[in-house]
Ligand binder design. Sequence first.
Ligand SMILES: [Zn+2]
Length: 315
Amino acid sequence: MRIVLLGAPGSGKGTQAKLLVEKYKIPQMSTGDLLRAEVAAGTDLGKKAKSAMDAGQLVTDDIVLGMIQTRLAKPDAKNGFILDGFPRNIPQAQSLDAMLARLGQPLQLALLVDVETDVLMKRLTGRRTCGSCGAIYNIHFSAPKTSNKCDKCGGGLTHRSDDNENTVSNRLKVYQEQTAPLANYYKAQGKLRTVRGVGTVSSIFKAMGDIIESQIRPLADVMGKIESAALRAAAKAKAEEAKAKAAAKAEKIAKAAAAKAKLPAKKKVVAKKAVAPSKAKKKLAKPAAKTKQKIKTKVKSKAKAKAKAKAKKVK
Ligand SMILES: [Zn+2]
């Protein structure tokens, strides 16, 4: 199954992606992970990406698409993938579609984890992390019993600087402007399905699984039917080609045989010519016979008239 996950920061799509990877045994491809892997492996793409990052530039879409293509060629991706964090805008989505079309592996589903903006704000700004044991709290949804104190170890809770209201609100604004239009892009393709990202992790995961089962399995069946129809058509075309070849061969053999038998063929023509004159004679003979007959009857009628005249004289 080939899925793109969409969702705002704080929608919980990263958590869901990991669960999907476990359940469906297909890799999650996040551009951050791909970048780190390529740079660490020192590949050409990795070097290009590193020099862009070192120069303080964004890694181009071409590099990212190249990394995705490389990742798709690995054996564990043969049954599909979950893309998370890419594409982020419509031009990237178009490039991705073009690349996947070239590979004959089009996206099957764009799954949007939808969460209201005010809930996202509370999730992102309310996060508190224990500096000692790393436990995570949220002052709005899962507050510690004592303010700013870890329930487990009593350690102090910290508020990450990128979790402040301004930064979070900016991140959500960027998402709304760039990534939210992707939902319409995939909707126009008939590939968008939305799951409400509110509730327990397991209930959201179940809703996602239901969508995948109902959307991709039937689609896979249809694709299978199309593929087998295409295979049948190809087999038929091959059989017809073989038939045509065999016919052409037979014709060649017949021609060669005819060329060998050229002399007898000439004799036949000669024989026909020999027959022709006698036929012509017959044709000529027929009218001759008819005139003879006519003369005979004329003679007969003349004799009759003479006899009649004789009889009259006798009377
Ligand atoms: Zn703690």
